[in-house]
Ligand binder design. Structure first.
Ligand SMILES: Cc1cc2nc3c(=O)[nH]c(=O)nc-3n(C[C@H](O)[C@H](O)[C@H](O)COP(=O)(O)OP(=O)(O)OC[C@H]3O[C@@H](n4cnc5c(N)ncnc54)[C@H](O)[C@@H]3O)c2cc1C
Length: 430
C-alpha cells in the first residue's frame, strides 16, 4: 500500500505513532484533530503494565515544575550508592554505565538560576494539564477517571515545609500559588491522616486520574473509534530515503508512513538513534504498591515530605508510588522498594490494618523515561523532519501528556506547536 500524498499542513498524511502510553495516545488524538491518518504501534496493550503510564502516581500536578536534580544534590551521591533501599538509589553494577547521565543530571540543577529556567520551561507543558485531561476524558467517554479535587504536600510542621524554601520560591517565581494548611484545617481535610503531619501546601486546581492504565486504554480506543489503526507490533527502525521518511520498520515488515512520532517512553533511545539523534535517555525506575479495597486513606491525594511518595485513592484501591532506582531497563525489580512504600502508607494512615494479607497488596515496577535535565525531548529528528521525537517526560509524563501530544502532532503536520519548544530540543546535549 502506498502512503497517500500529504498536504503541507499534514492533512491526509499517514502518521505512525510509536508507543501507546499517555504521550502516544494524546499524540494520536491530536493528529486525528489535524486530519491526519493515524496508525499506532505498540507490542503491549495500550496503558498496559509494561508502560510507565500504567503505574504512576496518578497526579495531574501542574505544580511539579522542579526538576529532580536540585542544587547540592551531588553531596548525596555517596548515599545513593551506599543505601540500596533509599528513595534514590543507584545500583553499583550499573554505576559505570550511568556516570555521564548522572553528571549531566547533577550539572543541570547545579544553581538556583538553572532550576528556575527548567521550571519555566516545564510550566508551559504542565499548566493546563488537568483541564486538557478533563476534555480528553470526556471525549473518550470516561469523565469519571479525571478528578480535580486538589493535591497536597504534607509536612510534620511549618518548619519542615520551610526547609524546602528554594523549591517554594521557584514555584512562586513561575507564577504558581497554593494555600497553606495549618494543623486544624489539616484535621478537617485529612481526618484519617497520621497526626504527625500538621502542615500542608494545597494546590486546589490540581487533580488526579483514578485509573491511568484504563484511561490510556480508553484514549487509544477513542482514537481507533475516530479512525486510527492499532497494531500490536514493535517498531525497530525507519526507512528514510533522500531525507524523507518512507516507512516504519517492524518485526512484521514495513508500515508505509509519511510521518512518525517516537513516543516509546524509556525504550525510545534506539529508535531516536535510528532516526539520527543520539539522546542521553535513562530510566528512573519507580515502584508502586496498591492496597486493594483500602478501608481508609486521604480525602485528596497527598505527598508526605518524609517519604516523597504520592498517596492516591484509585479505582482499585489506595496507591502509593515513588522511589527512584537507577539500574537500567533489564534488571529485575527489587520488590523491597514496593514494601517500603507499603509500610510508609501504613504508617501514614493508622486506620489501615497492620496485617494486610499478601493478596490485598499489588506491587508494580516501571520505567520513567528520563532526560538528565528533567525536560522531555520534543522536536524533529536529525535525519528527517518527518520523524518527531516525543519522549523523556520523566516524573511528569502523565500531566504533560496532552500538551506534549499536541506539540508532537503539530510538528508532524509541519505546523506551529503552539508553545516554545526550544528547551525540549532533542539535540541540546550534543
Ligand atoms: C512510580 C512512578 C510515578 C509517577 N508519577 C507520576 C505522576 O504522578 N504524574 C505524572 O505526570 N507522571 C508521573 N510519572 C511519570 C509518567 O508515568 C511517565 O512520564 C509517563 O507515563 C511516560 O509516558 P510515555 O507515553 O512516554 O511512556 P510509557 O507510558 O512508558 O509508554 C511507552 C509505550 O511504548 C511502547 N513501546 C516501547 N517500545 C516500543 C517499540 N519499539 N515500538 C512500539 N511501541 C513501543 C511500550 O510498550 C509502552 O506502551 C510517574 C512514573 C513512575 C514510574
Amino acid at each position: 500500500m502506498q502512503a497517500e500524498a500529504a498536504s503541507p499542513e499534514g492533512r491526509g498524511a499517514h502518521l505512525v505513532v510509536i508507543g501507546a502510553g499517555i504521550v502516544g495516545a494524546c499524540t494520536a488524538l491530536a493528529a486525528i484533530d489535524r486530519g491526519m491518518r493515524v496508525t499506532i504501534l505498540d507490542p503491549g496493550p495500550p496503558g498496559g503494565e509494561q508502560a510507565a503510564s500504567y503505574g504512576n502516581g496518578c497526579w495531574l500536578s501542574f505544580m511539579s515544575v522542579l526538576p529532580p536534580a536540585m542544587p547540592g544534590l551531588w553531596k548525596q551521591v555517596p548515599g545513593f550508592l551506599r543505601d540500596p533501599l533509599g528513595p534514590l538509589a543507584i545500583r553499583w553494577s550499573y554505576f559505570p554505565r550511568v556516570v555521564p547521565w548522572l553528571w549531566a543530571y547533577l550539572r543541570s540543577g547545579w544553581t538556583e538560576a538553572q532550576v528556575l529556567k527548567t521550571a519555566r520551561a516545564l510550566k508551559s507543558l504542565l499548566s493546563d494539564g488537568p483541564a486538557l485531561h478533563k476534555d480528553l476524558a470526556e471525549r473518550a467517554g470516561v469523565p469519571e477517571l479525571i478528578r480535580r479535587d486538589g493535591l497536597m504536600y504534607v509536612y510534620p510542621s511549618r518548619e519542615e515545609y520551610e526547609k524546602e524554601a528554594m523549591g517554594w520560591r521557584i514555584r512562586k517565581a513561575v507564577g504558581l500559588s497554593w494555600k497553606e494548611i495549618g494543623p486544624e484545617e489539616m484535621r478537617q481535610l485529612q481526618p484519617d491522616l497520621d497526626r504527625r503531619y500538621g502542615f500542608g501546601a494545597l494546590f486546589e486546581e490540581a487533580g488526579h486520574c483514578t485509573d491511568p492504565g484504563a484511561y490510556v486504554a480508553a484514549l487509544v480506543e477513542q482514537a481507533v473509534t475516530e479512525g486510527a489503526e492499532l497494531r500490536r507490533v514493535a517498531a525497530t527502525g525507519f526507512r528514510i530515503e533522500g531525507g524523507r521518511l518512507k516507512g516504519v520498520l517492524t518485526g512484521e515488515g514495513e508500515v508505509p508512513a509519511d510521518r512518525a512520532v517516537i513516543a516509546a517512553g524509556a525504550r525510545s533511545k534506539a529508535l531516536a538513534a535510528a532516526a539520527g539523534t543520539r539522546v542521553p535517555l535513562e530510566t528512573e525506575r519507580g515502584y508502586h504498591a496498591v492496597v486493594l479495597g483500602a478501608e481508609t486513606g486521604p480525602r485528596i491525594p497527598i505527598m508526605p515530605s518524609d517519604g516523597k511518595m504520592a498517596i492516591t485513592p484509585t479505582r482499585a484501591g489506595l496507591r502509593v508510588s515513588g522511589q527512584v532506582e537507577i539500574a537500567g531497563i533489564e534488571a529485575a525489580p527489587n520488590w523491597k522498594r514496593s514494601e517500603i512504600l507499603r509500610d510508609h502508607l501504613l504508617r501514614s494512615f493508622p486506620g489501615l490494618p497492620r496485617d494486610l494479607p499478601a493478596e490485598r497488596v499489588k506491587f508494580w515496577m516501571g520505567h520513567r523515561p528520563s532526560m538528565p535535565d528533567g525536560l522531555p525531548c520534543i522536536g524533529l529528528s536529525a535525519a528527517t523532519p518527518d520523524v518527531v521525537l516525543a519522549f523523556g517526560h520523566g516524573h511528569v509524563g502523565l500531566v504533560s501528556g496532552p500538551r506534549s501530544g499536541q506539540a508532537a502532532a503539530a510538528l508532524a503536520a509541519g505546523t506551529s506547536p503552539g508553545i516554545d519548544l526550544e528547551s525540549y530540543e532533542p539535540r541540546r546535549f550534543t
